[in-house]
Design a protein around this ligand. Structure first.
Ligand SMILES: Cc1ncc(COP(=O)(O)O)c(C=O)c1O
Length: 384
């Protein structure tokens, strides 16, 4: 199996998406989670065919999207999904917010664990609920769910816990035992787990993903959100899926606004079906490529920036780099942007534990990863 190619920078810069249009053209953009690999062929074919048919109307996701998600989840993780218990939503953010509106709302609290994907901080208030933060625990082996702290928070009877699994930005693939303990707590205290599993197809060699709904007792207390948008880079097409595993949580899906189905992208549905049905050979090449980039990054950091501490991610193409030796807050991100013209995500955006950290997107070519670390080393060193 070969690595996936990446087009030269001048070709990538022709893209019109947020990653390529947020910064001036002299900045190398490595923040937002879009990757630089070419579209998987089955997806490109499905989209070209739709354009050829002038097939640009409203989406009709059921039942095919559910069948495609179920097929992929079964083959990949042995997770049995009932296609009728899959609902299409415009994206994972829409799905989480609408679920929280049903579950929580004014006067209720919702728990999540920073450092975490920054929109979590917006989604809870958007649903009218109040945020309770239970940070991950920093250990010598990386970041972990803080189960005793979660138990204390759950004892106050929050409406929901929003789980990030695998966990962006720290790259942790939560172990089955940790997730099992979380499910037990959720059952004991009557807390619904809304599991954002968008990065699941991106679990890298060496780690094993456990879908929360495969754990004993989880189906009654958890719902999952999955999407092809991160792995196959389809975020702009607007399609994700909410998956229920029991009659109780399927009832929750039934309480989502009926009009959500009209807010799903038709191209997103077509592309997601192609990804989940025929996109695995491409996905396997992607994972091989990302595994190599991860090793490359490890080598470069050890050689050129040994002061930066990190735990190579077990999933995703995002590296969470502890640059506190070079400054707190947004300091390291600002230094790299100003002095090396490289844009990274500032750690504090993911919550207070992110002070002095940056998130680097290595879903790109070996040359770009090399340029990024060289630029970071120059910029961080010159400020000392
Ligand atoms: C954990 C996590 N959830 C959700 C999203 C966004 O997904 P969507 O565009 O489907 O809302 C991202 C994007 O990077 C993410 O990392």
């Amino acid at each position: 199996m070969d690595e996936l190619p990446v087009a030269p920078l001048e070709v990538l810069r022709e893209r019109r998406s947020a990653k390529w249009r947020t910064f001036p053209p002299d900045v190398l953009p490595l923040p937002v989670a879009e990757h630089d690999f070419p579209l998987a062929e089955p997806i490109a074919e499905a989209l070209h065919a739709a354009v050829g048919r002038s097939d640009t109307g409203y989406a009709m996701a059921a039942p095919v999207l559910g069948q495609a998600v179920a097929g992929f989840a079964g083959r990949r993780w042995g997770w049995e999904i009932e296609p009728a218990r899959v609902a299409a939503v415009g994206d994972v953010g829409v799905g989480v917010v609408e679920l929280l509106r049903v579950l929580a709302g004014p006067g209720r609290t919702v728990v999540f664990s920073p450092p975490v994907y920054s929109p979590f901080f917006n989604w809870v208030p958007e649903a009218g609920a109040t945020t309770v933060e239970v940070p991950l625990r920093r250990t010598d082996d990386g970041w972990r769910l803080d189960l005793p702290a979660l138990e204390r928070a759950f004892a106050d009877r929050p409406a929901a816990y929003v789980l990030c699994s695998p966990h962006n930005p720290v790259g942790r693939v939560h172990a089955a035992e940790e997730l099992g303990a979380l499910v037990e707590l959720a059952r004991r205290y009557g807390v619904t787990v809304v599991a954002d599993e968008i990065h699941a197809p991106l679990v890298l060699p060496g780690a094993t993903f456990t879908p929360i709904l495969t754990l004993p007792g989880a189906a009654d207390v958890a719902v999952s959100l999955v999407s092809a948008s991160k792995a196959w880079n389809l975020a702009g097409l607007k399609c994700a899926a909410v998956v229920a595993g029991s009659a109780r949580t399927a009832e929750l899906l039934g309480r989502l606004p009926a009009d959500l189905r009209w807010r799903v992208g038709h191209f997103g549905v077509l592309a997601s079906i192609a990804a989940f049905t025929d996109g695995e050979p491409w996905l396997d090449r992607l994972l091989l490529t990302l595994d190599r980039r991860r090793s490359q990054l490890a080598g470069l950091l050890a050689a050129r920036l040994p002061e930066v501490r990190w735990h190579p991610p077990e999933a995703t193409y995002l590296a969470w780099l502890d640059c506190r030796r070079f400054g707190e807050g947004d300091g390291p991100r600002d230094a790299v942007l100003e002095r090396a013209r490289i844009a990274l995500e500032p750690g504090p955006r993911y919550g207070a534990p992110g002070s002095g950290h940056v998130r680097l997107n290595f879903g790109t070519s070996a040359e770009v990863v090399d340029t990024a670390v060289a630029g970071m080393a120059r910029a961080l060193r010159s400020g000392r």
